[in-house]
Design a protein around this ligand. Structure first.
Ligand code: ZN
Length: 305
């Protein structure tokens, strides 16, 4: 069901780093402190979700548990209102089991205190050819990942790169593995389905009523696909992971600049930007006041210890 006549709140996600190198854009944040600062500024510009790939100081993608700990701590100390999503997407790791191990970091690192965990984790819904690599996600792995995410008290975002991957997600809904509200991310022009507007329409028409979704066009399709998503009542994503340019031929100065432009687009289409509280409610997360209290307790506990 399309909702072109409504103006529901729009959630802007900022994907701050991804696989973008300093050669591609010198402003990409790398260290935990840089990432947290970038997220704080993006939040002030209107971002409500931060999509995060931890990096080592030399720029390499990091899967070290200690690095996840550092990044989460930095982000949540500096910007407690932001919803933090960590990515499990990495073709360099051999299968979905390894990729998903980050969802179980919190119990390992913080004992039984699960309050400094990510709010969202990306759950890939199918296998995909990505350039010369195979991004492997078997149906069994996807189900296992979904169960691990819920068991860790985190909410999954269902990342979809091809229309057939929707069926894998629907099957998990039928089996009762995926719990409402269901949050989809449709990725167009990034190795899977092309960024043709008709493809986004097809995705959206396939959804059951009440499903939340975000439209993401990669690279030069970032803002065109976002425009359509905003018009159709969906949510949007931008950031230096998704596009290194603010407009044709001009590199983005920061993640915040991209978010500012996305916020202007929302305003142009008459879509209010979701408040932090609204965003949490829409995505099925605990209310903000509860999280704030928990975080301040955790922070003082850590500083005292
Ligand atoms: Zn990512």
């Amino acid at each position: 069901m399309l909702s072109t006549l409504k103006s529901p709140p729009c959630i802007i996600t900022c994907a701050i780093t991804g696989a973008t190198s300093r050669q591609m854009n010198s402003n990409v944040p790398i260290t935990p402190t840089e990432q947290a600062r970038a997220i704080e500024r993006a939040f002030q510009a209107g971002a409500r979700v931060a999509h995060v790939h931890p990096r080592e100081d030399d720029g390499r993608q990091s899967h070290r548990p200690e690095r996840y700990q550092e990044v989460l701590y930095e982000i949540k100390s500096r910007c407690p209102e932001i919803i933090v999503e960590i990515s499990t997407r990495a073709t360099s790791m051999k299968d979905g089991i390894d990729r998903g191990s980050c969802v179980e970091l919190t119990p390992k690192l913080w004992g039984n205190d699960d309050r400094l965990k990510p709010d969202l984790v990306s759950l890939n819904t199918g296998t995909l050819n990505l350039r010369d690599r195979i991004f492997l996600n078997s149906p069994l792995d996807i189900e296992l990942q979904a169960r691990r995410i819920y068991n860790a008290g985190i909410v999954p975002e269902l990342d979809v790169f091809e229309i057939g991957q929707m069926e894998n997600a629907f099957e998990l809904v039928r089996k009762g593995v995926l719990q409402k509200p269901i949050n989809f991310l449709f990725v167009l022009g990034s190795g899977g389905i092309s960024a043709d507007p008709a493809n986004l329409l097809h995705f959206v028409r396939s959804l059951p009523p009440g499903t939340h979704w975000t439209g993401l066009g990669a690279g030069r399709y970032n803002f065109p696909i976002a425009s359509l998503a905003i018009h159709l009542g969906g949510h949007v994503r931008t950031g230096l992971e998704d596009t290194t340019y603010i407009r044709k031929g001009i590199k983005a100065k920061s993640n915040a600049q991209l978010v500012e432009q996305m916020a202007q687009l929302c305003e142009l289409y008459g879509r209010p930007i979701a408040t932090p509280q609204e965003a949490r409610q829409l995505l099925g997360l605990a209310p903000l006041i509860e999280v704030r209290n928990q975080k301040s307790e955790v922070r003082s506990k850590i500083l005292a210890g």
